[in-house]
Every structure is written in structure tokens, then in C-alpha cells.
Design a protein around this ligand. Structure first.
Ligand SMILES: Nc1ncnc2c1ncn2[C@@H]1O[C@H](COP(=O)(O)OP(=O)(O)O)[C@@H](O)[C@H]1O
Ligand SMILES: Cc1ncc(C[n+]2csc(CCOP(=O)(O)OP(=O)(O)O)c2C)c(N)n1
Ligand SMILES: [Mg+2]
Length: 291
């Protein structure tokens, strides 16, 4: 088990409130006064999530979009964000990007905290939303026979990262300015048996959904749309940060938005994901995990 997976497993003994969903979901889901609040927090660190010297406006964009993507996976309507800010190399560019992304998604900044510290810049953001449909989709609802779908291609962020890192002429926007699929998530929420966003790599996130649902996912690698050269298909399925929505629908149901069927769920087999008939028994190498 990765260090990240082991730590979250240990946290599960503490996070016993039902709203925590066993720390096996993209967000907390808190019933309050006839409404359902959807809460999520993600952090980003220089050198880990963004390159040293990267435009701080793009860093702000991604910090907000990656959190809103978790709300999208619940079909939630964003209510606002709280920012944890550590002064960095260009606070003015960060502010410009923050305003731009919040205007783009129509989300208010509600508060946060600001600190000065040494070492690589670390940023955090909490996003709050309200459920537009109940029950709120979970990672755990996939059933044998369900079809597995994804909203669009994977691999664009990987190519964008390489373009930025290597300062080539290739487009890096998919890495710098990902989109949160809020409208797709809202349209899908009433129909899906399970849904999550793909941040850590399709195969790793699919294995998490399959595990949470107690099923096995048979995935056809050639059915997965990729935005990378064919020779890099295996990497595109593992890199992450494309923020597509991964979801399951009962057999025969058609999604109301553009999406691609990539496989079928079946009763739990020897591995959570079976790729082209090959059981992937270890989580290692399926996606990005913090060590
Ligand atoms: N430090 C932490 N404290 C409490 N919960 C955590 C922590 N880190 C991760 N989690 C929980 O573990 C689950 C998986 O987290 P993560 O893989 O980061 O989700 P996502 O990729 O959707 O952001 C979530 O329920 C998240 O809230
Ligand atoms: C400088 C740099 N190197 C490598 C990557 C690749 N990378 C870093 S984290 C990550 C996965 C997503 O990060 P995580 O913290 O797990 O986000 P979460 O799943 O919690 O939303 C990927 C693909 C990157 N984004 N930036
Ligand atoms: Mg997520």
C-alpha cells in the first residue's frame, strides 16, 4: 500500500461520521436543515503539483478547478471557496488568476487564511457546494452489469505538462487550466449508479471506484479516448489531472451528455480492474500516489 493509501486508511478509524463517507469518496456529504452540503479540500505544492516558476495565475486556476471537479462528481452546485494561501513568488499573478477562475465558474470567494513560510509554496482550497440531486452519487454504487463511462479523453494534461516542463511549442493549457465538468455532473447525477472525477489516473481511480462498489471493472483499453499519440496509450491511462468524470450506468441506459463507454462492471473478481482481460492485482503503477 502507498504511504498515502495507508495514511487515509488510518484516518478512517477517526472519520466515523456518516458525512465522511468512510473517506472513500470525492467529497463529504453533510445533511443539514433539509439541504445537503457537499464539502471538499485539495492542496497543491510547488514541485509536486506545479513547476517551480510556473505562472501563479495558472496555479490559482488549477487549485480552484481541481476542487470544483470534486463537486462536479457529486452533481453539486458550488456555493463558494475558502483559500489557504502561502505567499509565493508572484502574489499579484495569483490574485489575477484567482479572480479569473472564480468569475469563469461563477463561484464566490468566502474566506480563507494567509501565511508566510519558508520552503516550497503549498496552497489549499476548500470548496463548498449543495446537492442538486439526492441521493448524492457515490463511488460505491456500481453494480454488476453496469456499463462504465468516461466524459472525454485522458492524456491531454500529461502532454501539457511535458510541453510546459520542456518549454516546447506544444499546447500546455490542459495541464495549466483544467475544466471542472459541473454541468455534466449535474446532468448525470440523477442517472448514475456511481461517479467520481479522474485526478490520479484512470486505472487507479477506476480501481478505487470498483473497490468501493465491491465489483470488478473490465476495461477495454482501446475504447478509452486518449488525447495522446497511440504509442503513449498506457501512460495516458495512468497519468491523471484530466478531470474527466468516470461513471457507471445501468445496462442499456444512455448518458444525456457526450461520453464514451470503456467497459462493464461484473461481480468481484481477483482484481478491481481487469484491463483487456488482464487482472491488475496491484494498485502500484496504475496512477499517481503520494509516497
Ligand atoms: N488529511 C486528510 N484528512 C482527512 N481526510 C482525508 C485526508 N486526505 C484524504 N482524505 C480523504 O480521503 C478520501 C480520498 O482522498 P483523495 O484521493 O484526495 O480524493 P480526491 O482525489 O477526490 O481529491 C477523501 O474522502 C478525502 O476527504
Ligand atoms: C511539477 C509536477 N510534477 C508532476 C505532476 C503530476 N502529478 C502531480 S499530482 C498528480 C495527481 C493529482 O494529485 P493529488 O494530490 O493526488 O490530487 P487529488 O487526487 O487529491 O485531487 C499528478 C498527475 C504535476 N502535476 N506537477
Ligand atoms: Mg476526486
Amino acid at each position: 500500500m502507498s504511504r498515502e493509501a495507508a495514511f487515509i486508511a488510518a484516518l478512517r478509524g477517526i472519520a466515523t461520521h456518516p458525512a465522511a463517507r468512510g473517506l472513500a469518496d470525492d467529497c463529504a456529504v453533510l445533511e443539514i436543515g433539509g439541504e445537503t452540503l457537499i464539502l471538499t479540500h485539495d492542496a497543491m505544492a510547488e514541485g509536486v503539483h506545479f513547476l517551480p516558476g510556473q505562472d501563479a495565475a495558472d496555479v490559482a486556476w488549477k487549485l480552484v478547478a481541481s476542487n470544483l471537479s470534486d463537486l462536479a462528481a457529486k452533481g453539486a452546485e458550488p456555493l463558494g471557496v475558502l483559500l489557504g494561501y502561502q505567499f509565493g513568488p508572484d502574489d499579484a499573478r495569483f490574485l489575477a488568476g484567482l479572480e479569473e477562475v472564480l468569475v469563469h465558474f461563477g463561484v464566490p470567494l468566502l474566506g480563507g487564511d494567509t501565511i508566510s513560510a519558508t520552503g516550497p509554496q503549498v496552497l489549499g482550497l476548500t470548496a463548498l457546494g449543495r446537492a442538486t440531486h439526492r441521493p448524492v452519487p457515490a463511488r460505491s454504487g456500481a453494480r454488476p452489469g453496469d456499463a462504465i463511462w468516461i466524459t472525454g479523453p485522458v492524456g491531454a494534461a500529461m502532454l501539457g505538462f511535458e510541453a510546459l516542463r520542456d518549454a516546447t511549442a506544444a499546447d500546455s493549457a490542459a495541464f495549466r487550466r483544467p475544466l471542472a465538468r459541473l454541468a455534466d455532473g449535474r446532468a448525470l447525477a440523477p442517472l448514475v449508479s456511481a461517479m467520481m472525477d479522474v485526478s490520479d489516473g484512470l486505472l487507479l481511480d477506476a480501481s478505487r471506484m470498483a473497490r468501493a462498489s465491491g465489483v470488478s471493472f473490465a476495461i477495454d483499453s482501446m475504447a478509452v479516448p486518449i488525447a495522446a499519440p497511440e504509442a503513449r496509450r498506457a501512460e495516458a491511462l495512468r497519468w491523471g489531472e484530466d478531470y474527466q468524470l468516470l461513471f457507471t450506468l445501468p445496462e442499456g441506459a444512455e448518458p444525456p451528455i457526450t461520453a464514451f463507454q470503456i467497459g462493464t462492471a461484473s461481480a468481484s473478481a481477483e482484481a478491481p480492474v481487469v484491463l483487456d482481460g488482464l487482472p491488475l492485482t496491484e494498485a502500484k503503477g496504475l496512477g499517481y500516489e503520494h509516497s
